[in-house]
Write a protein that binds this ligand. Sequence first.
Ligand SMILES: O=C(O)C1=C[C@@H](OP(=O)(O)O)[C@@H](O)[C@H](O)C1
Ligand SMILES: C=C(OP(=O)(O)O)C(=O)O
Length: 435
Amino acid sequence: MTSHRFSSRGPLTGRIRVPGDKSISHRSLMFGALAVGRSRITGLLEGEDVLATAAALRAMGAVIEKDGEDWVVDGVGVGTLLQPGQALDMGNSGTSTRLLMGLVASHGITATFTGDASLSKRPMGRVIDPLSTMGASFTPSPGGTLPLVMEGMQPAVPVSYRLPVASAQVKSAVLLAGLNTPGTTTVIEPVPTRDHTERMLRGFGVDVEVEEQKGERIIKLTGPCDLSPCDITVPGDPSSAAFFAVAASIVPGSDLTIENVGLNPTRNGIFRVLEQMGASIDYLDAREVGGEPVADLRVRHAPLKGIEVDPAIAPSMIDEFPVLFVAAALAEGTTVTTGLEELRVKESDRLSAMAAALALAGASVEETEDGLTIHGTSGTPLPGGGPVTTHLDHRIAMSMAVAGLASQGGVEVDSTEPIATSFPNFTSLIEQASA
Ligand SMILES: O=C(O)C1=C[C@@H](OP(=O)(O)O)[C@@H](O)[C@H](O)C1
Ligand SMILES: C=C(OP(=O)(O)O)C(=O)O
């Protein structure tokens, strides 16, 4: 484990560009692997999570290679995934695991999924349940976790499935299983979650129907589907941009432009909440990249105020709460968050991990069953301290690094390795922005 102390380095200025969106990168590789022919991907995130997806798809027959700055995928087609010759190592990545389980579910193959200590604690019952109804069978570890062995069913049985948790991973697992299932697979989403699967499948030529009824989304596709190869440009990851938007907001004198940030409305909750708190964010050169709304974000330091965060916004910023808690710790007054039970089953229990880490850095935090209540310093730097425990969770590591930038003594993070899962050049971009 490599520990690192992140300390105050002065204002963040200039222009930076964050790496490609992780959710879109995973899906680009998967859908490319299911198309017949060659897809080209520009701006793929080369983080460990995405590389785990690539390795698994190669083990099932796809050819995936880097070509200059781009990546090319020669797909095998829906229905013809090969039986992998070894266990699929998913590393730290929940998205790889759950979406690939969906793919395997409707193919006549057997696959073993393994992962690191963090991923091996995360619940897989949420995908095992609907995929079992479709005909797949599973031998998970006790508690419904990895390592697990699954056997797909070909032909699988179409289902109509109402999501019991707001999860784009569960929605996507069922829809991906539906691609090779004869008949109509339906997912009913009581609360909208990120819609990259729906948007991107359409780009690959699949007829995905989405109906809105009384606030619910009903998503349907009829298999078996043929995917046509596609050239994709991956926009910058709003989840990665969020660390810099918060850093520029809380470090006095900052004036930072973050280029090419994806602003899909199912992902941009963090920027809306920061603006409610008083952040100064200008959206420049709004445009479309790869079928997603994108803009350059100019973020200037501004005094933030504590607010009560509407739990309804949570799905559109589910991965950004750790860094929002850091913004709240520097705001004037109290920030209250609720309805965040899902944060307890991410790479770590992000409510307890952030409560402990912020307290060690000198912030005033109370943990409740479903959220954190944070009393801010009104802009006074946190005392700092550590080492804080990151629990193999990249977002805890990066959030506490941002806290360190707004601290007197710096914040020591016990392990920076997890950052490479989603944002390999995070530390060098901090150095660039605060040079
Ligand atoms: O579908 C996706 O790409 C993701 C969905 C979210 O997970 P859940 O579906 O578990 O909420 C999110 O936390 C994860 O980082 C990526
Ligand atoms: C929850 C996350 O990812 P995953 O579920 O893919 O591990 C994340 O990136 O914050």
